[in-house]
Design a protein around this ligand. Structure first.
Ligand SMILES: Cc1cc2nc3c(=O)[nH]c(=O)nc-3n(C[C@H](O)[C@H](O)[C@H](O)COP(=O)(O)OP(=O)(O)OC[C@H]3O[C@@H](n4cnc5c(N)ncnc54)[C@H](O)[C@@H]3O)c2cc1C
Length: 450
C-alpha cells in the first residue's frame, strides 16, 4: 500500500486525490492536509445573511474549450453530474456610457477609435489562433524563451487613446495585474479569450463550490482539516516526512509520495529540509514569483433593477483600474433578489485591501454608472473578500519549463515530491486540473513500475 500525502485541500488537491483514486491500479492510502477548516480553497460559494441569496467569493467562471478539443474540466463537471449554465457579457462601461458592440464603439468613442480597435483586434487574433491558444502551456516548450517584451508594449501600439482605454478596461480584471507586469503572450491571450471562438464561459448551477464539494464527497482519503503543513524533508527510513501543526501541536508522518497542491505564494511558508531540496524549492518559487491580486466586493439588493438597462451575466467597468462586475443573481433564475459582484484586480486590488469593508462597499456602490442605478438601488448587505497574491501574473513563468520539471522541482534526490498548481499553466481551474492530471498520471504509472 503506497502512502501518499496531498498538501492543500483546494481544487488542485481534491482533483489530484480524485484522479489518483481513479488511475491507481494498486492499493493506495491518501492523507490530505488542509490548513483551514474547509475544503475547496479559492472556490467558495457563499450566502448573504439578510436574504437567501448566494454569490461567488472566489472563482466565478469555468472555461469551456470543448469546441476546440478535449476539455478535461467540462468532462469532469459532467462526470460529477453537475448541471451548468453558460454565462456571457460584452459590455464595457467607459465614462458612464454602456458600450456593447462595435456600433456603440463608433457612436461613443468615434470612428478613429473604432478603426484602431478593429486593427488591434485583427493583429491580436492573427498572433494566436483558437487552436494555438488552446494548446498553450500543454506542449513542451521550445528551447527559446518567450519574448521578453511586456504587455504594455503591445498596448502602446494602439495609438488612439480611447481605443486603448477600452482594451485596458476590458481585460484588466482577467489579468489581475498591470500590463507592465505581465507578458505580451498572457496579455494577448486574455484579450482574445473574449471571443467565443476561443472559449466560452460557464458556471455550475447552484454555485461553483458544488464542484469541490462533489470531489470531496467522492475522495476516500484521510482528510485532516486545520492541519498546517510546516516542514518536509527526507527521514532516516528514506521516506518523506511531513510535519504538520494542529491546535498548536506539531507531529510528523512518513509518506512514499508527497504532492504539494498549493499556490506558489504558500510555498515559502513551508520549511524544506536539506540544502538541495530547500534550494530547488526556492528556485521553483522564484520561477513563478509573479504575484497578482484580487479583491471581491459583493452587494445584495432587493431587486436586480439594473436589468432594465443591462441584461448580461457581467460587464466591465472603467473604475478601480478596470474591473468586472458580475450580475451574480443572473446565475440563479429562481431568486427575486439582485446581487452584483465587483472583481477588482491588480494594484488597485492590493491597495484597496487596506480599506475597511464599509468603505469598500460604499466605493463599489458609488462606482455604478448612473444609468444602472436609475430608479434607486435598494441595497441590503455587502461582503468583501481580499485575495492578495492569490493568482499569477505570468503563469508558467517567463522561461517555460518542461512539464516534468514544472511538477518535480528536485528530481535527483526527491523524485517522490511533486507540485500541482494553476500557476504552472494559466492561473485557472482548467489549468490546475491539467496539472493534477499530469501528476496523477505520472504517479499512477510509477506505482505500476515499482
Ligand atoms: C478572486 C478570484 C477569482 C478567480 N476567478 C477564477 C475564475 O473565474 N475561473 C478560474 O478558472 N479560476 C479563477 N480563479 C483561480 C482559481 O481559484 C484557482 O485556479 C484555484 O483555486 C487553484 O486551486 P489550488 O488548489 O491550486 O489553490 P487554492 O484554491 O488556493 O487551494 C489551496 C489550499 O491549500 C491550503 N493550504 C495552504 N497552505 C497550506 C499548508 N501549509 N498546509 C495545508 N494546507 C494549506 C489553503 O488553505 C487552500 O485551501 C480565481 C481566483 C481568485 C482569488
Amino acid at each position: 500500500m503506497k502512502r501518499i500525502s496531498i498538501v492543500g485541500g483546494g481544487p488542485g488537491g481534491l482533483m489530484t486525490a480524485y484522479l489518483l483514486q481513479k488511475l491507481a491500479n494498486s492499493p493506495i492510502s491518501i492523507t490530505l492536509f488542509e490548513s483551514t477548516g474547509r475544503l475547496g480553497g479559492k472556490v467558495c460559494t457563499l450566502r448573504f445573511q439578510a436574504r437567501p441569496a448566494r454569490y461567488e467569493a472566489g472563482a466565478a467562471e469555468l472555461y469551456d474549450y470543448s469546441l476546440i478539443g478535449d476539455d478535461p474540466l467540462k468532462e469532469l463537471v459532467e462526470e460529477l453530474g453537475l448541471p451548468i449554465n453558460f454565462i456571457g457579457g460584452s459590455s464595457v462601461v467607459l465614462d458612464q456610457k454602456i458600450i456593447s458592440n462595435i456600433d456603440d464603439v463608433r457612436a461613443h468613442l468615434g470612428v478613429e477609435a473604432c478603426e484602431a480597435l478593429l486593427s488591434f483586434d485583427r493583429a491580436a487574433k492573427d498572433s494566436v489562433s483558437p487552436f494555438e491558444y488552446y494548446m498553450c502551456g500543454q506542449e513542451e516548450p521550445l528551447a527559446a524563451p518567450r519574448p521578453a517584451s511586456r504587455f504594455d508594449a503591445l498596448l502602446g501600439t494602439i495609438r488612439q487613446s480611447a481605443a486603448r482605454r477600452y482594451v485596458e478596461t476590458l481585460i484588466h480584471s482577467d489579468l489581475a495585474t498591470e500590463p507592465e507586469r505581465t507578458s505580451v503572450e498572457y496579455g494577448a491571450h486574455n484579450y482574445v479569450m473574449n471571443d467565443p471562438r476561443y472559449m466560452r464561459l460557464y458556471c455550475v448551477e447552484g454555485g461553483n463550490e458544488r464542484l469541490t464539494q462533489e470531489l470531496a464527497r467522492r475522495v476516500s482519503a484521510t482528510v485532516r482539516l486545520n492541519h498546517v503543513v510546516t516542514e518536509i524533508g527526507r527521514g532516516d527510513d528514506g521516506k518523506l516526512r511531513v510535519a504538520h501543526r494542529h491546535q498548536g501541536v506539531v507531529r510528523e508522518d512518513s509518506f512514499d509520495l508527497v504532492v504539494l497542491a498549493l499556490p506558489n505564494n504558500y510555498l515559502p511558508h513551508i520549511d524544506f529540509r536539506g540544502g538541495r531540496l530547500a534550494a530547488a524549492m526556492r528556485a521553483h518559487h522564484a520561477q513563478y514569483d509573479h504575484p497578482a491580486h484580487y479583491l471581491r466586493i459583493s452587494a445584495l439588493f432587493e431587486r436586480p433593477s439594473w436589468r432594465a438597462k443591462l441584461e448580461e451575466s457581467f460587464f466591465m467597468l472603467d473604475r478601480f483600474g478596470g474591473c468586472c462586475v458580475y450580475d451574480e443573481s443572473a446565475r440563479d433564475p429562481e431568486t427575486p433578489f439582485g446581487v452584483l459582484g465587483w472583481l477588482v484586480g491588480g494594484q488597485p486590488a492590493l491597495e484597496m485591501s487596506d480599506l475597511d469593508d464599509a468603505a469598500l462597499i460604499e466605493a463599489a456602490l458609488k462606482s455604478l454608472p448612473g444609468a444602472l442605478a436609475e430608479g434607486g438601488l435598494r441595497f441590503v448587505e455587502g461582503r468583501v473578500h481580499r485575495w492578495p497574491a492569490a493568482v499569477n501574473a505570468i503563469p508558467g513563468g517567463l522561461v517555460p519549463r518542461a512539464q516534468s520539471r514544472r511538477h518535480q522541482p528536485e528530481p535527483a534526490e526527491h523524485p517522490d515530491l511533486f507540485v500541482v498548481g494553476d500557476y504552472l499553466y494559466d492561473s485557472t481551474l482548467n489549468g490546475v486540473l491539467d496539472s493534477a492530471e499530469y501528476v496523477a498520471g505520472w504517479l499512477a504509472s510509477q506505482m505500476i513500475n515499482v
